[in-house]
Design a binder for this molecule. Sequence first.
Ligand code: NAP
Length: 248
Amino acid sequence: MDRQKIALVTGGMGGLGEAICQRMFKSGYRVVATCSPENQQAQLWQKSQKDAGFEFRVYKVDVAEYASCEAGVRMMLDDMGHIDVLVNNAGITRDSTLRKMSAENWRIVLRTNLDSLFNMTQPVLDNMVRSEWGRIINISSVNAQKGAAGQTNYAATKAGIHGFTKALALELARKGITVNTISPGYLRTRMVMKVPPDILNNKIIPEIPVGRLGEPAEVAGLVDYLASNAAAFITGANIAINGGQHMS
Ligand code: NAP
């Protein structure tokens, strides 16, 4: 394909999402970020990114709601004509032990982290199939692979993501579309910097063999590679990027 490719990054204004948007922009993609409908920072973010040399379109989409995703994707396709790379990155945590977890915190994490894959991916598929080219990259977590106390809801969704990846990879294998999971370990993002410093420094970092948090840009580089033509033979894979914290 000669046309400029379009990459759609859900949760594109978040810690990891922003790094992915920037990397894809630098690699020559037209980049579309989504944020929550109630997010009031979109214009400010677009401006600050523009000042830093990046240009992003932003659409407000609630990834937990099918109707919102379907309408959002329809609007993007009306505006731009095609979507070539979908990065399902938006995600939340609502941590507590299962004994203390509310049904609401179970449901909202499942809807945001897992239903979102159905909600965002199904509306883009026909367009990718018509293009005979596409990349779907789903962001999971090391905690899906190794478990994490206090995260039954989050770990269930992040493990479920890879089942989705494998099944969809088989459905699309002959259509020029690859589907892969990336499972990052702890990254130096806002999500992780909210962890109390004593837990971060005395518990989390000592468990990471390379002795530091991962950089969002390191994960963004892997997204960029999986999106490239060079990665056409990688599909249904779950690629760990966790500083050696968990090896499977
Ligand atoms: P973050 O900074 O909190 O970003 C999460 C993004 O998801 C936000 O931009 C948020 O947008 C969006 N989002 C949440 N709920 C949404 C909804 N209902 N509809 C639309 N957008 C929604 O978190 P992050 O650290 O960048 O994490 C990004 C992904 O990486 C997540 O899937 C996370 O599980 C995964 N991950 C992160 C780490 C880490 O160490 N940070 C490690 C492993 C995996 P709004 O602000 O507009 O709501």
